[in-house]
Design a protein around this ligand. Sequence first.
Ligand SMILES: [Zn+2]
Length: 447
Amino acid sequence: MTDSPADLVITGCTALVHDDEERIGFEENATIVVRGGVIESLTAADPPPAVEHIDARGQVALPGLVNCHTHAPMVALRGVAEDLPTEEWFNDVVWPVESNLIERDVELGAWLACAEMIRGGVTCFADHYFSMDAVAAVVEECGIRAHLGEAYFSSQGPQGREKSLEFALRHRGGAAGRITTALAPHAPYTVDDADLAATAELARAHGLPVHLHAAENRDQADTSLERHGVTPVEVLARTGILDTDVLIAHGTGILDRDLPVLAAAGGRVSVATAPRGYLKFAWPTTTPVRALRDLGIPVGLATDGAASNNSLDVWESMALTALIQKSTTGDPRWLTSRQALHHATLQSARAVGLGDTLGTLAPGRRADIVLVDLSGPHTQPVHDLAATLVHSARSSDVRTTIVDGRVLMRDRELLTIDVPGVVRELGERMPALLDRSHGGRIQEYDT
Ligand SMILES: [Zn+2]
């Protein structure tokens, strides 16, 4: 096997690595050898013969970023509902517009979203939306990795839940293993207890994880307590969702009384944080990253959909997470740049259930790699490489994005997506998509 050339070698880079205690370090002048979509070695040795060679001198190699919670097709709604409180954002704009969505809109949105993410160094995203067959087809074609779930509300009746299961079973392991799947109830305020309990049963029966919104903000937690006497996290516990491998989006409304409930969870709980939206909606709290760390719960980085976040820029989520943690804890020593990079790498991989295959550049891991150019004036000089990456570099400094050893962007050029064609057709769809004269909406926001 070693007689045949490697598929890809990357030479001359500085590689972000983790030691046995998961501390982040940097390996200078590294040679990364990729074979069969997997990292074969990361050493200082001379490169072996290879089909493809990338000279990455002056660049930093990182594990590809993971967007742990998004609604990729919502890039089509980027900027349509601005400067509004959460309730008006959902009820007056987003949910009425979403009632116009056809599968082609979802597909075009997914193409645009994947282009934006690949350009920003994202190699995997966890998506939670409707018409997800269209998203899976885009993932298959464009070469990115994804963790996909067909979202549903109880207002759809049992068909919603059944469709989510059917999607998860049909696409699990799709796109040559790049697609993993989850059951995707929308949230405890739109999916009732009976449906959540049935979902937990299905998850256990089929070995599927669950991805949902919960305790998104403090209002939801307070309303849940007033109406039902329990918090959203306690709802997840009593319906059995916490006994599954569950990815909770946001959790800014997680209360102190929820912490022992999360600690006692029988499954594997993780949380995705998407801080830009919390700032934009003026939510009073953020994801309790420090308390979750103390419970050993991974917190992955996310953007949520672009209708609230305006971008799918995980790089920005990393910097904002570090800054908001410092601000909300009043402690400049919490969250350091190295901790932020730990969230961006291993914790994000764990959050989407891929902690054993992604998240670190090491032999045996999938070759999801991004190369970052730090030669720009805004990143020089480099005194502390972790700080440069988190607080000075930008997603636009990513030069090359690789998934499963396949180059999807080389020197900023996308190799698998026709962005002008997608933008043109999406533009033609806009009048029909934005029409709200029908007065309908797909769901009501009433926590
Ligand atoms: Zn969301």
